[in-house]
Design a protein around this ligand. Structure first.
Ligand SMILES: [Zn+2]
Length: 194
């Protein structure tokens, strides 16, 4: 990450910085609340299922993408399918988070200009999202919750109204769960300070 590039990030200034901060919180919180040294890959808070909301968060992300696809009304003279129309809507830097998360939930069937197409992270996965063709979903305790948490955190810190509106529009259920998860984190941190 280059802070000078990030200052002029077409997404929003410092988007990358706050996104990586989201990953840091996810990766280190379980150790932080126990007052232990942090071990980066040991036991992420959201993406390893440590949070009592991890499963809800994952399920709601997938459900929200499904609902958006199913209820999407589009111009049939312009697009061959809802997926094609949504992909077009998700193009451009301002939609990058949503493009990425729709791509992850749909094996990149619905994706704008930003996303993860390959680059496996761990030797036992076959792609970034480790998409399972049988279940039609990305791996649950893998990159999907991890990226979603980082994207949601970056948007929550930036408080750009268009992003907040988009978050509520694309991910109404997952956003509610995210808020519950943040409250849970706060409570755990407060508890650990007593
Ligand atoms: Zn990320």
């Amino acid at each position: 990450m280059d802070m000078n590039d990030d200052r002029t990030n077409p997404r929003n200034p410092y988007t990358t910085f706050f996104h990586e901060m989201g990953h840091m919180i996810d990766n280190t919180l379980p150790e932080l609340i126990k007052g232990q040294n942090t071990n980066w890959w040991h036991n992420p808070y959201v993406s390893s299922g440590y949070s009592s909301y991890s499963e809800d968060f994952y399920n709601n992300l997938i459900t929200d993408v499904g609902n958006y696809r199913n209820n999407y009304i589009y111009d049939t003279s312009k697009f061959s399918s809802a997926d094609a129309a949504i992909s077009d809507e998700l193009r451009g830097a301002r939609k990058s988070e949503f493009s990425d998360l729709f791509g992850g939930a749909t094996d990149n069937q619905v994706v704008g200009s930003y996303g993860h197409w390959d680059s496996k992270v761990l030797w036992w996965t076959d792609s970034y999202w480790d998409f399972n063709d049988k279940t039609g979903k990305p791996a649950e305790n893998g990159q999907y919750n991890k990226e979603a948490f980082a994207h949601f955190t970056e948007i929550s810190i930036m408080q750009d109204q268009q992003d907040i509106d988009d978050l509520q529009r694309y991910f109404p259920n997952a956003y509610t769960t995210y808020d519950q998860m943040i409250s849970e984190m706060e409570a755990l941190l407060n508890e650990s300070r007593k």
